[in-house]
Write a protein that binds this ligand. Structure first.
Ligand code: FES
Length: 169
């Protein structure tokens, strides 16, 4: 009995197929599945490719164009101490000397670009990467750094310490 029903269904299906009634819906369904699968594959590929491209081709680092920036509050530093601040897209180093005066310099080592720091024990600027040393005027005095650090102007405005690029005369 069951076999008869199966045979009957198969015959109906074949008749429908030969009459062309089942061909159109199956083709449309297959096409939709292909579109969904294709779209999914493309989306998966792009989700993999996008971060790789962003890594290989980083966006241009915009020079934030800082000509002047508030580096610290007047009460923030103690004598014979330093502070790293952000100056445009580069680090800067603000140093309060033992006599209470300030110096501000680029904190990017001229050797291979590490960030330098103020060493209160040496009273000098030190690069930990290859033991490069600069004096407080930014001059490279020891180690591999080939050039001095850029020196910035420092002045106070209200309770803030403002650092600016030196103007070319
Ligand atoms: S990167 Fe500073 S000494 Fe080499």
């Amino acid at each position: 009995m069951r076999n008869d029903l199966d045979v009957l269904r198969q015959n109906e299906h074949r008749a429908a197929m030969s009459a062309g009634r089942l061909t159109q819906p199956n083709t449309a369904r297959r096409r939709m599945i292909e579109i969904f699968l294709g779209g999914g594959l493309i989306a998966s590929f792009m989700s993999f490719l996008y971060p790789v491209l962003r890594y290989l081709i980083p966006p241009p680092v915009a020079d934030l164009g800082a000509e002047e920036i508030v580096a610290a509050k007047l009460t923030e530093l103690k004598p014979n101490s330093g502070k790293i601040f952000r100056f445009g897209n580069r680090p800067g180093l603000l140093v309060m000397n033992a006599d209470g005066t300030y110096r501000a310099l680029s904190a990017t080592c001229t050797h291979l670009g590490c960030t330098v720091q103020y060493r209160s024990d040496l009273r000098q600027i030190w690069c930990a990467c290859h033991n490069g040393i600069y004096d407080l005027n930014g001059r490279n005095v020891s180690g591999p750094p080939p050039r001095p650090l850029e020196v910035f102007d420092v002045h106070s405005r209200g309770d803030e310490i403002v650092v600016s690029r030196k103007r070319e005369a």
